[in-house]
Design a protein around this ligand. Structure first.
Ligand SMILES: *Cc1c(COP(=O)(O)O)cnc(C)c1O
Length: 370
């Protein structure tokens, strides 16, 4: 018997319109930041319902730029989740602030009550992460931020187009997006910051371009954080079809949830009322009541050639390089710690076939002894 091919957790397909757009840029001779970056910014601002979108070189830089534009000082505190990719934490450290960690809820996003408990006179920013494509509880976080006079910066690297109360992420606070190769909208490397604040947008544009508005007129010490037209050409057509991408991923998620129902100890992801999930990841939890552990399930999936991901196997501040870091406060977060041992993401990308989904479901059901 021929062994089945691997079902990948992520897949990149470049469509003919993207190839044509890249070729146009190549032939224009303008490979750096130019009109196609401007086109991407306009399309993305419209998607988010904001006045400004500022494209930058990657998602980490988007976070660093947003935090830098807020002019944080040593000792200022940023409250975020410990259950995220290291970029969230690294960006806070780059911006010179101290990071505090609040615990998460069952939906894997920041618990607003835990955030409230950490707010003090040094707190300057709330930094929720819309993990796996599900927005955090933005109405609650926005109200905490406005009561305490804090900035709200959204790590929306995984959540392009997701909504809460019919408002798109990136319009609640300062939105930070990534276009890294594995994200729902990708151009290899890329990022973008959204805001409706004119002054903040102007500052972000200065920071991106060595502090220059006019050539050699330096207004502040800046950086080279620019995106290129070549990258923007790959991204723009994906903004135009983001609705279809999200719908396809949501349909796959619904099929998985239906197919995996009723297995003991296996929790499928849920979407709190009022929020839309864009299914960057489809993440199940393998709890104590299951006949296999999460790590045993991993072994079986490897054998069955079904792609999976562990996002994330440890909390950020548990890595030795952060343990004694002077800008990291290791606040206890038991719910997040429990999640690291239970989560497992299954393929949900828009390129899966009905047969792929059936195979994923049948394999998991079999592993659970069903
Ligand atoms: C991908 C990601 C980032 C960083 O984006 P890059 O473009 O890879 O720099 C930040 N935060 C989260 C949650 C991410 O998933």
């Amino acid at each position: 018997m021929i062994s089945p091919s691997t079902i990948p957790i992520t897949k990149v397909v470049i469509e003919p319109d993207q190839e044509a757009a890249v070729l146009r840029v190549l032939r224009s001779g303008n490979l750096a930041q130019g009109p196609v970056v401007a086109q991407l910014e306009q399309a993305f601002a419209q998607l988010c319902g904001v006045r400004h979108a500022v494209a930058v070189s990657n998602g980490t830089v988007a976070l660093v730029a947003a935090l830098s534009a807020l002019d944080l000082h040593p000792g200022d505190e940023v409250i975020t989740t410990p259950f995220s990719f290291a970029a969230t934490l690294n960006a806070v450290l780059s911006a010179g602030a101290t990071v505090r960690f609040a615990d998460i809820r069952d939906d894997f996003t920041l618990d607003p009550d835990a955030v409230s408990a950490l707010v003090n006179e040094r707190t300057k920013v709330l930094l929720p992460v819309h993990l796996y494509g599900l927005p955090a509880d933005l109405p609650a976080l926005e109200s905490i931020a406005s009561r305490a006079g804090l900035a709200l910066v959204e790590d929306a690297a995984q959540a392009h187009g997701a909504q809460v109360a019919s408002r798109v992420v990136g319009s609640w606070g300062i939105g930070c997006f990534s276009f890294y190769a594995t994200k729902n909208l990708q151009c290899g490397e890329g990022g973008l910051v959204t805001t409706s604040d004119d002054r903040l947008a102007a500052r972000l544009r200065l920071l991106r371009n060595q502090g220059m508005r006019e050539r050699y007129q330096y207004e502040l010490p800046g950086h080279n954080w620019r995106l290129t037209d070549l990258q923007a050409a790959i991204a723009v057509p994906q903004v135009d079809r983001l609705d279809q991408t999200i719908a396809a991923r949501a349909a796959n998620a619904a099929r998985l949830t239906e197919g995996l129902a009723g297995l003991p100890g296996l929790l499928t992801p849920t979407v709190p009322a009022g929020r839309t999930h864009v299914w960057h990841q489809y993440t199940i939890r393998v709890t104590e009541g299951a006949p296999v552990t999460r790590d045993e399930l991993v072994k079986h999936l490897e054998h069955a050639r079904i792609g999976f991901g562990l996002y994330y196997p440890s909390l950020m501040h548990d890595y030795p390089c952060y343990v004694d870091h002077p800008q990291v406060v290791a606040d206890p977060t038991p719910a997040a710690t429990a999640a690291t041992a239970q989560v497992l993401s299954l393929p949900v990308n828009q390129f899966l076939s009905a047969g792929d989904l059936d195979r994923i479901i049948a394999t998991v059901r079999e592993i659970f002894g069903d």
